[in-house]
Write a protein that binds this ligand. Structure first.
Ligand code: ME8
Length: 496
């Protein structure tokens, strides 16, 4: 991996409040960003809000306030939630930022001057909620093929980005860069689509008479920019005024998105960059959906789970853990409270929480010496996993990383039972010191390994272990050092 990592999330629409689906992408991106920082990279982790377009205008109209008032209020809710979810974003971009609008206008001008944009008369079917035009043949039973809602027939003059010219080039690019679109199932989906369909040109304007809440085209003030054209550019524009200066942040290392917006990223964004002569991002990773009884969780379907309810009941660490542990990243997952509770009780309260509290109690009770000279195999376990982290995180296999960490946690629990320190305390104090030191150091490693997923729980483990200056790096067995500062505290994951 490179020495820098520029990680992005989608810019969420501010037409309604964030739900678990949004929290999911944020937590995944945050975990990746934290791991990259932990492994010594310079990181720019960007998130933000998508504030123009029909949807937002409609949401503001429905509340009888201006789009600006509406978006300002909603942005606050997104930002508050990210703080509560321990999201460590380095920047927050709003598509209403003046600097972003200027970049969009200047890139539009550039494309226009290069002859990549053309004005045409157009008739098509428009899905207002998805802000997308469809051809007659795309419709399914006369409705939007993406969301199943009603579409409107629209005829008007508009500006088009000549996207169709890039069809072959894009196929070639995806073929020669197998890591570009991930996971492979999504890459194959995009390739299949590109090979079996003629790519259309992309309508990138909306007449101001129909929609005023947008960025005016620099070459025709009677139009505003199509919201996707505006929003996708954020990834690039942020590098010019939000990212820490002095580093070449473009191209982005990884755009993390949900599979609902795969086409806009892998086709629209890639070809826009080709048109502009800019490098393409290194990776676009599209994860799966959280469903509720099999249906996609979405604002418009009204079947959403509010993240804060779960966080209030179970804590932010458990919430973050569950989302990334329950489903292989990339696949869909059905949300169930029973599974949440079971993960909480088994993995967190029993396996990890109990281990910490038992080991610390035994160290306090039996006062062994700190003796790291004979690690009893645990140094090997933590070496092995450290060697694999780069690859697992590189492929965004979060649940596999957690599986590996829990292998260590589970073997430590088995080791406690097998070595029975309560008997050793009576018979063999040397062996007792060896066993409790092994366990203590192993907990020190686990505390640093869980940091990207559960930064709060990691900090609390460090505190109870008495590791006063934990540092950010991944701890090796033997680094935690001495028992002197142990401060046993409340259970890490209290039983409910
Ligand atoms: O599409 N399961 O914004 P959006 C998993 N503004 N993830 C989900 C989800 C679910 N049920 N529902 C939403 C937009 N997401 C555009 C993006 S980017 C330049 C512009 C997550 O508010 C997932 O990341 O509809 C998905 O891609 C994103 O929210 C869509 O957010």
């Amino acid at each position: 991996m490179d020495e820098i990592a520029y990680i992005t999330t989608p810019l969420y629409y501010v037409n309604a409040e964030p739900h678990i689906g949004h929290a999911y992408t944020q937590i995944a991106a945050d975990t990746l960003a934290r791991y990259c920082r932990q492994s010594g990279k310079k990181v720019f982790f960007l998130t933000g809000t998508d504030e123009h377009g029909q949807k937002i205008q409609d949401a503001a109209d429905a509340r009888g306030i201006s789009p600006r008032e509406h978006t300002d209020e909603m942005v606050g809710k997104f930002k508050d939630l990210w703080v509560k979810l321990d999201i460590s974003n380095d920047g927050f971009i709003r598509t209403t930022d003046e600097e972003h609008k200027e970049t969009v206008r200047s890139l539009l001008n550039k494309l226009y001057e290069k002859g990549e944009i053309e004005k045409r008369s157009y008739t098509g079917w428009y899905c207002v909620p998805d802000e997308r035009f469809w051809r007659e043949k795309d419709l399914e039973e006369g409705k939007c093929p993406e969301c199943g809602r009603e579409v409107e027939r629209i005829r008007e003059d508009n500006y088009f980005f000549l996207m169709s010219a890039y069809q072959e080039k894009l196929i070639e690019y995806i073929n020669s860069n197998p890591g570009y679109i991930k996971p492979d199932i999504r890459r194959n989906e995009v390739l299949g689509f590109l090979k079996n369909n003629r790519l259309d040109d992309l309508c990138i304007s909306r007449p101001k008479s129909r929609l005023s809440w947008g960025i005016p085209l620099p070459f025709d003030e009677n139009y505003v920019t199509y919201v996707w054209f505006d929003a996708l550019i954020n990834y690039y524009s942020a590098t010019g005024y939000i990212a820490p200066p002095g580093v070449n942040w473009w191209p982005a290392t990884c755009h993390l998105i949900g599979k609902d917006i795969l086409t806009t990223h892998s086709v629209y964004w890639s070809t826009m960059l080709m048109g502009l002569g800019l490098p393409l991002p290194r990776k676009i990773f599209a994860h799966g959906w959280w469903t509720i009884t099999g249906e996609k969780m979405s604002k418009s379907r009204g079947n959403v789970i509010a993240p804060l309810d779960l966080v209030e009941q179970w804590g932010v660490n458990a919430f973050r853990y569950f989302l990334l542990r329950q489903v292989s990243f990339g696949m869909d997952g059905n949300f169930s409270e029973e599974q949440f509770i079971s993960r909480y009780e088994t993995d967190l309260a029993n396996d990890l929480g109990n281990l910490l509290s038992r080991v610390l109690s035994m160290i306090s009770k039996y006062s062994p010496s700190y003796d790291p000279s004979r690690p009893d195999g645990f140094e090997k376990l933590s070496e092995d996993i450290s060697g694999d982290l780069e690859e697992l995180y590189g492929e965004l296999r979060f649940s596999s990383v957690l599986d590996r960490i829990w292998e260590i946690v589970k073997s430590a629990n088995v080791y406690v039972e097998r070595s029975a320190p309560w008997n050793l305390a009576k018979s063999d104090t040397e062996r007792l010191s060896q066993v409790l030191t092994s366990l203590y150091e192993t907990l020190g490693c686990v505390a640093s390994l869980i940091y990207p997923f559960m930064p709060g729980a990691s900090a609390e483990m460090n505190r109870q272990l008495g590791i006063e200056e934990p540092g950010l790096g991944i701890r090796r067995w033997g680094d935690a050092g001495r028992f002197g500062n142990i401060k046993k505290g409340d259970p890490l994951f209290p039983k409910k």
